[in-house]
Design a protein around this ligand. Structure first.
Ligand SMILES: Nc1ncnc2c1ncn2[C@@H]1O[C@H](COP(=O)(O)OP(=O)(O)OP(=O)(O)O)[C@@H](O)[C@H]1O
Ligand SMILES: O=P(O)(O)O[C@H]1[C@H](OP(=O)(O)O)[C@@H](OP(=O)(O)O)[C@@H](O)[C@@H](O)[C@@H]1OP(=O)(O)O
Ligand SMILES: [Mg+2]
Ligand SMILES: [Mg+2]
Length: 345
């Protein structure tokens, strides 16, 4: 956090009004702290995240966003209090890793090794089924899945051995930000597996009534929205249909779903204690502060949920009130840093 030595003349509120100055010297000093956030984001992410409302709110709080030039050494830029990043490739992750070692005082959101874990759809879901959420009003599962690294033809036998039931969702093993890594298929039978291109995970399709819950996490804050998802696969369809079908990307649509037109048993949000317990565990286990969880409710049940996907730095622009949530989050980082500095003194 950078100190600004200029003393303010008035006591300006968030709305820009100037009132009678009743602020203590210490409070004034506090208000003058600046938070510099260096960001390295794709242009798409920059457009959706750094929207004018966020920048206006940030400016009022003394938060500035500075674009990181990827062609220059990171240590020669800044100084930054926070580095916010989502770029592809190992090279970038090495840059960030090295920078964090040299500058432990900078908050890097988030550590590359933690991000890499959820860029692999196998390690992403590992350990979730073991999380103890007794007394949290529900149960969290992950769909049965297996990894296919090379030969999808011979994987037909392994699918049976692993006890996986068709239809299976085929997902590219690695999420690398490309459109291809989000290209999913539904395979209805053994023979159709030969058409798929490894490396991938084969995951049981879980009927969930066509509604998905996107659980956004920003530090300690949790926000949930409903999205449309794929309809149930009936037993009749399972018997009759063969082959492989590409998934439409229904659930990434910008629109959240209004619950009024939906069956309440499908639309009811996951219980708060369950979400809080799950997020607390995942935040610690994954070592991430910015992520979302895609959850579905097993069709016909009230409280059995499946985690099917976790994303790093997702489309927060689609999260209600994301601007204020982020401002509060950044301010909490500034406060935490300020407290640490005082302790050290
Ligand atoms: N096991 C499953 N059972 C039922 N539906 C599923 C399953 N896995 C995925 N889906 C459906 O497919 C969609 C995409 O799957 P998933 O979220 O795993 O892919 P993704 O490419 O990581 O998506 P995102 O854009 O959220 O990163 C889900 O939102 C959901 O609608
Ligand atoms: O494109 P959007 O802004 O919606 O964000 C999507 C984001 O793309 P971006 O990071 O390139 O922006 C995706 O990231 P990668 O897996 O491809 O790295 C992934 O996190 C999606 O789940 C996000 O959609 P959401 O699930 O939040 O609806
Ligand atoms: Mg998803
Ligand atoms: Mg995903």
């Amino acid at each position: 956090m950078r100190d600004n030595n200029i003393m303010p003349k008035g006591n300006e509120t968030d709305d820009g009004e100037v009132g009678i100055d009743t602020t203590s010297f210490e409070q004034v000093q506090q208000q003058q702290k600046k938070l510099v956030i260096g960001y390295a984001l794709t242009s798409k992410k920059k457009m959706s995240f750094l929207q004018p409302k966020l920048e206006v709110l940030a400016r009022k709080k003394g938060i500035s966003f500075v674009s990181i030039d990827q062609d220059k050494p990171l240590s020669e830029q800044g100084p930054f209090d926070v580095v916010l990043h989502k770029l592809l490739g190992n090279e970038w992750h090495d840059v960030i890793e090295e920078y964090q070692q040299k500058h432990p005082e900078v908050t890097v959101l988030d550590p590359p090794c933690a991000i890499e874990r959820i860029y692999n759809r196998q390690s992403m879901l590992q350990g979730i089924a073991d999380i103890n959420l007794a007394d949290c009003d529900g149960m969290i599962c992950v769909p049965k899945q297996m990894v296919v690294l090379k030969d999808t033809t011979s994987s037909a036998n392994e699918v049976a051995e692993a006890g996986l039931n068709f239809p299976l969702v085929a997902k590219p093993l690695l999420v690398d930000g490309t459109a291809k890594s989000h290209q999913l298929f539904l395979a209805y039978d053994r023979l159709s597996l030969a058409e798929l291109e490894p490396p991938l995970v084969l995951q049981e399709f879980v009927n969930h009534g066509g509604v998905l819950f996107k659980v956004f996490v920003v530090g300690d804050v949790i926000k949930v929205v409903r999205r449309f998802s794929l309809p149930n696969v009936s037993n009749c369809e399972k018997e009759k249909v063969a082959g492989v079908f590409q998934f439409p990307r229904v659930s990434s649509s910008a629109a959240s779903v209004d619950k009024t037109d939906l069956d309440p048993r499908v639309a009811e949000l996951p219980p708060k204690p369950l979400l809080e317990g799950l997020v607390r565990e995942l935040r610690n286990r994954l070592g991430l502060r910015l992520f979302n969880i895609d959850m579905i409710r097993e069709h016909g049940s009230r409280d059995v949920f499946y985690v099917i996907d976790i994303n790093y730095f997702p489309g927060y622009g689609k999260m209600p009130d994301y601007e204020q949530v982020f401002i509060d989050f950044f301010m909490s980082l500034a406060q935490a840093k300020h407290n640490t500095i005082q302790c050290v003194r």
